[in-house]
Write a protein that binds this ligand. Structure first.
Ligand code: FES
Ligand code: FES
Length: 209
């Protein structure tokens, strides 16, 4: 007879199996996209492509391989280490950035797909003089940061939401951060931080409605 523990183990094994399958599938997808891009450009593996993009308001011109991801360009070429790599398969949201006004998982975007785009990373959220964005202030005030690994992605998901919905409902906030996983703070403080930031942004820095 199966104990609860056995059931739990079976469930974990099943989840691990599913995750591995999804992981392989996602890697096949991005690999296939890279091959497709190479074939389209009539190039050989390893050949470099010119890439032009604007990151946090600065024009960048680089040479990239077909299989390089936007995440690799941001972290390894440009040294923008605020964008994190968690799962690498589009599931945790740690690598979230804004690309041409839309939130994306940068681990799932080929660098070549970002050609001529405008990217906002966490480093570009604060003012040039270092003044924190109301969202960053709100995350601190609400106690929404522990290890901080998920926070750049959470802040950018909040940023994307508040740009579209200045006064979001709790459900809308939950929906907006549903692709961002936090393993330590818990979501209550993060939801409160996004609400607080919305109030501050609507009221010129004042957090009262
Ligand atoms: S690292 Fe991109 S979604 Fe997890
Ligand atoms: S604060 Fe640690 S993962 Fe979210």
């Amino acid at each position: 007879m199966c104990s609860n523990h056995d059931n739990h183990d079976n469930h974990d094994n099943h989840d691990n199996h599913d995750n591995r399958r999804r992981h392989n599938h996602d890697h096949r997808q991005i690999g296939a996209a890279a091959e497709h891009y190479s074939a389209e450009q009539n190039t050989v593996p390893g050949q470099l492509f010119p890439l032009t993009l604007t990151v946090n308001g600065h024009l960048q011109q680089l040479s990239v391989r077909a299989d390089e991801r936007l995440l690799d360009v941001l972290r390894e070429r440009l040294g923008l280490l605020g964008t994190k790599e968690g799962c690498g398969i589009g599931e945790c949201g740690a690598c979230t950035v804004i690309m041409d006004g839309k939130k994306v998982n940068s681990c799932m975007v080929l660098a070549a797909q970002a050609h001529n785009s405008s990217i906002l990373t966490i480093e570009g959220v604060e003012e040039p003089d270092g003044t924190l964005h109301p969202l960053q202030e709100a995350f601190i005030e609400a106690g929404a940061v522990q290890c901080g690994f998920c926070i750049p992605g959470m802040v950018l998901s909040g940023y994307d939401l508040l740009a579209r919905r200045p006064d979001p409902t709790e459900e809308e906030i939950k929906q907006a951060i549903s692709g961002n996983l936090c393993r330590c703070t818990g979501y209550r403080q993060i939801i409160d931080a996004v609400k607080l930031a919305g109030r501050k942004m609507r009221n010129g820095g004042n957090d009262e409605d």
